[in-house]
Design a protein around this ligand. Structure first.
Ligand SMILES: [Zn+2]
Length: 240
């Protein structure tokens, strides 16, 4: 089991850790704890460096495979050895851009729900851009201008963003979380992590977010596309 430090603190950039497993052929390393985000929930993994007594190696991806969190390492650096004490450091510029983007996605969900009562059906993001699908048919008149203005107003209003951990029985009874289908989370999950853009949008979520909507930047809808009946794709981008 790897302790995922970003679940509690998305602003931690570095940690000391012990190497728990090394897959030399696959050039993968598992740690007892990590600051690296594990790819999932539409958010890509962090990049960065693991520095062992043998020297630094670049981390190009982090994935869960059969329950193990593996850090994929570049070909041209030394792999650590099991038991080594290492320093794990994320590429902070990239991570912070992903935090801004992930928060923007939740702003988009909250604003579209308030404006039109439509739910999100899927999404994916890269640093400073992303796409989300919503159950519209068709997109309403004036959608782009209405939603851009509403999201940018939420950014300007500087709402705090809170992370909490709720007992499953409490989470499934929360009206805001019911809207985001919290009941679909497997029953084996007894503690549910919640991201609350206070007063706007509350979701069960494993991602990393900025601590205030003011940090997101300027929000633009770059494209809308139809992906079939009852499924419209919205592409977004952020700028400073
Ligand atoms: Zn999310």
């Amino acid at each position: 089991m790897t302790e995922l430090l970003y679940l509690e603190d998305a602003y931690q950039r570095e940690c000391q850790a012990t190497v728990s497993q090394v897959d030399s052929d696959g050039r993968r390393v598992a740690l007892d704890k990590t600051v690296f985000y594990v790819q999932g929930g539409g958010q890509p993994a962090d990049h960065g460096t693991i520095t062992s007594p043998a020297g630094p190696v670049v981390v190009t991806g982090v994935k869960r495979d059969s329950g193990v969190v593996w850090h994929s390492c570049a070909e041209d650096g030394p792999l650590p050895t099991t038991g080594d004490q290492v320093t794990a450091t994320i590429d902070w510029d990239r991570r912070h851009q992903l935090m801004r983007t992930h928060t923007a996605m939740h702003l988009l969900c909250g604003v579209i729900w308030n404006e039109y009562g439509k739910a999100v059906t899927g999404g994916n993001m890269e640093p400073l851009s992303g796409r989300m699908d919503f159950e519209f048919d068709p997109l309403p008149e004036g959608f782009k201008d209405t939603i851009e203005a509403a999201v940018n107003a939420e950014i300007t209003s500087a709402r705090p963003i809170e992370v909490s951990f709720l007992d499953r029985s409490i989470a499934v009874a929360d009206a805001d979380l019911i809207r985001t289908k919290v009941n679909l989370i497997p029953e084996s999950v007894t503690t549910i992590r919640v991201i609350d853009i206070v007063g706007l949008d509350k979701q069960a979520d494993g991602g990393t977010h900025v601590e205030n909507t003011a940090d997101v930047g300027t929000f633009t809808i770059t494209k809308t596309e139809s992906k079939g009946k009852g499924n419209k794709r919205v592409r977004i981008a952020l700028s400073d």
